[in-house]
Design a binder for this molecule. Structure first.
Ligand code: NAD
Length: 497
């Protein structure tokens, strides 16, 4: 099939969007590389401390008027934004594929999930409702109201450049706050597009700002007294040791969503065909670069026949995955985001072999690229068996297209292995037994649990949970919890004369 038209043309320089203006940064400039073609498609600035300060100042100045804008009028801006996002749906999706490498179908799914958060945030006038009780004492009423806090920093990772800032930013502005968004500098074009649509939707200047860059921008947010809180999604070391720690020191609110090593448990009564289909997207979708990707598959029971059928079906389906440039609609898996990320996955494959796991499908060799693209960032899917719970490929986050298979005798043993992981983001069970499913759901320590579903991504009206080293904070992104994160409650007691 032909490659779809690329929306990013030439080699444009990304500008910051501050106070309703497009501003060229004075910071150092970095290349943005399309990982499939391994060519530079744009330039992104690493913005300076002064630039983040200017954006926070603009947001702080916009806050009093935006706060006084009625919740319904604020929601109307979000309705317009949603409509514009629908109009630009295909362009938004192609930008993600061009800058990130994921397939166009994966990008379309991401676009949809981002828009759904804008849709849900349109309900902020209802979600912000307080409550009251009359006559807490004779002639005295008490009520609770929710109020915005001011300016929030929103920081995103590289793997979902469009969707993840939208887990937070729409709720922040819907509830009357102003935001400064810092997308990952590896993939700045998706949120650049979001900012263009924000401008077109008619948000007042300063309400929704975008500052591109890296640590200087993040540190500027963490140290700025006018930033009331940070909603962060990225790796665990950054979430825990930088964001959570420093927000604690400076008294800022914090959401810190971190990394993962997710387990898929297969019971001997599972439907093999449906399970294998689900495993393909769970382990190899987004080239394994998903915080909800499966990493280890635990097959329960000593039924060798069942195991052999499952193993052969997994190898067969995985070998057929079409690898190439995601803007070709027949492609099913794109490259890793960049060369260092591929090298990291390769080093985990080496470590798996050194620790005694057996490679039954070698992604380093057994793959062809569909189309004429350099193999710099491409890597085929790898499957290991004889994996043990103490191996690095089980305990550490790989973030690539690998599957490690281990066998255990009982469901309890499988749950014990899931629960000894320091991470707890998304685990799933495949079974036709209600009892096993109930037991798994009951016992497993994990923020998101799947039952016969391999990617347990919560819808926008549910929180994006996570436990242990996968999450730092109390409230989560998305839905009602995001509304609570971005508002504080005030209790008023009134005596009527
Ligand atoms: P990352 O932690 O390297 O970067 C995330 C953001 O933090 C980027 O904007 C980056 O510029 C900034 N940053 C990185 N190091 C920093 C530092 N030392 N000081 C200040 N800022 C810093 O993460 P990534 O590689 O972009 O994203 C992949 C990770 O995100 C994976 O671990 C994945 O599991 C995780 N993730 C988690 C979720 C979730 O909801 N739990 C969702 C998506 C991705």
């Amino acid at each position: 099939m032909a490659v779809l038209e690329e929306p990013i043309k030439g080699v444009p320089l990304v500008k910051n969007y501050i106070n309703g203006e497009w501003v060229e940064s004075k910071g150092e400039i970095k290349d943005v590389v399309n990982p499939a073609k391994y060519e530079t498609i744009g330039k992104v600035p690493i913005s300076t401390r002064e630039e983040i300060d200017t954006a926070v100042k603009a947001a702080q100045e916009a806050f009093p008027d935006w706060r006084r804008t009625t919740p319904v009028a604020r929601a109307r801006c979000l309705f317009r934004l949603k409509e514009l996002m629908e109009e630009h749906f295909e362009d938004i999706s192609r930008i993600q594929t061009q800058e990130h490498g994921k397939t166009i179908d994966e990008s379309r799914g991401e676009t949809r999930r981002g828009i759904e958060n804008v849709e849900v945030s349109c309900g902020a006038p209802t979600m912000m409702l307080g409550y009251n009780l009359e006559d807490i004492a004779s002639g005295i009423d008490e009520y609770l109201i929710r109020q915005p806090l001011g300016v929030f920093g929103i920081i995103g990772p590289f793997n979902f450049p469009w969707m993840i800032p939208l887990w937070s930013a729409p709720y922040a502005v819907a509830t009357g706050n102003c935001v400064v968004v810092k997308p990952s500098s590896e993939v700045p074009f998706s949120h650049l597009k979001a900012a263009e649509l924000v401008e077109e939707a008619g948000f007042p200047p300063g309400v929704w700002n975008v500052v591109n860059g890296g640590r200087t921008v993040v540190n500027g947010m963490l140290e700025h007294p006018d930033i009331k809180g940070i909603a962060f999604v990225g790796s665990t070391p950054t979430a825990r040791d930088v964001i959570y720690k420093r927000c604690g020191e400076t008294g800022k609110r914090v959401i810190g969503q971190g990394g993962a090593t997710n387990f898929m448990v297969i019971m001997p009564d599972a439907n093999i065909r449906a399970t294998v289909a689900s495993m393909m997207t769970s382990f190899f979708g987004n080239a394994g670069q998903r915080c909800l990707s499966g990493q280890t598959l635990i097959v329960v029971g000593d039924d060798d026949e069942f195991y052999k059928t499952l193993r052969d079906a997994l190898i067969d389906s995985t070998s057929k995955i079409v690898i190439g440039y995601g803007l070709d609609e027949s492609v099913q898996m794109g490259p890793l985001r960049d060369k260092p990320k591929k090298d990291r996955v390769l080093s985990y494959i080496e470590s798996g072999i050194e620790e005694g796991a057996k490679v039954i499908l070698d992604g380093r060799k057994n793959f062809k690229i569909f189309g004429d693209y350099p193999d710099t960032c491409f890597l085929g899917p790898t499957i290991f068996e004889d994996v043990r719970r103490d191996m690095k490929i089980v305990r550490e986050e790989i973030f690539g297209p690998t599957m490690g298979i281990m066998r255990v005798r009982t469901l309890d043993e499988a749950i014990e292995i899931c629960n000894e992981s320091p991470f707890a983001n998304g685990d799933a069970i495949f079974t036709s037994s209600g009892k096993s499913a109930r037991e798994f759901q009951y016992q497993v320590v994990s923020g998101n649990v799947g039952i016969n579903i391999g990617i347990v991504a919560p819808m926008a009206f549910f929180p994006f949970s996570g436990m242990k080293d996968s999450f730092f904070g109390i409230l989560h992104t998305q839905g009602q919890e995001a509304v609570r994160f971005f508002t504080e409650s005030k209790v008023v007691i009134q005596r009527w004369f």
